[in-house]
Write a protein that binds this ligand. Sequence first.
Ligand code: ADP
Ligand code: MG
Length: 343
Amino acid sequence: TFQINPRYTFESFIEGDCNRLARSAGLAVAQKPGVTSFNPLMLYGGVGLGKTHLVQAIGNYVQENGQKKILYVSSDRFTNQFIEALKNNDLQSFTDYYMQADVLAIDDVQFLSGKEKTQEIFFNIFNHLHQSGKQIIMTSDCPPKELKGLQERLLSRFKWGLTADLKQPDLETRIAIIHKILQSEDNKNIEISGKVVEYLAHSIDSNVRELEGAIVSIIAKASLNQSPITMELAKQTVQQIVQPVDSSEINIDEVQKYVGDYFGVSVEMLKSKTRKKEIVIARQIAMYFAKEYTGFSLKSIGYHFGGRDHSTVIHAIQTVNDMMSEKKELKMYIDDLRKKFSK
Ligand code: ADP
Ligand code: MG
């Protein structure tokens, strides 16, 4: 009844500053379920940051290294099974089933929110397992204190053990993840340059699922065309994935080109270190529109403007906003450019 993806292992989980604590707590729990003080182990973090991968890695580890019985279930599935058991008047086998686990992993507990009866049964199972020294692992999309619609008595138990978060992966981790995908057996013959890897890691910084999706789709296109992964292909794919803020489909290259042309400044100059006044203003305006139109993060925009950091981008956007209220002329330029963009 339970599905653990055999690909989700500790070996395939890239470690970085963003997930170090969660990963090592997970490994400790996998090695000594129920024995460490990490009980329950509560892992939380946004979508696509590796919660399911990590709990299932614990599951795979436990299964491969000993006799312990692991049960993995999403809280949605848990809820449905509970409702089904109620209908069939068979609550006993439902609770028995979960109470005989040595390790119970329940994924996405935020979905238990507002489901009083399900929470009650989970509370009983939790208590039974915990008292018998069995390991409980949970994941959630937010820290326990922000879990709305969960009973206080449950929440207080979630805090008995260890709570660890998964953060957005840093650049280094993103690069490592890309390399990991490229090294897999199926992708052995794919050629990709360091520059393209860097471009991708810089451009997709929201979550690992999205990054993975991009790489997989690029690899697929490249092998269909039997061609290497070019920068062009990488850019196209990023363009499809990084959703523009509004429906306009303007990429960062186009923003730079439009703004550059408008002010008679080359794209090269926009990306350069030059501090010449006219160029600085054009650069700041281009950054301003990049934020407005591309959906790239501030960090990512900085990277595409000659490797500047995100505080420079914040400063540029503020400067443009300030100048618009002070200088009529500048406001005119901006409005004019915006019209061009919307065509
Ligand atoms: P969540 O459950 O937090 O929404 P998932 O565990 O489903 O996220 O992860 C999304 C995808 O990203 C999965 O394919 C997973 O293998 C991959 N992934 C996430 N974090 C990492 C990591 N640190 N190393 C390797 N792959 C990762
Ligand atoms: Mg998940």
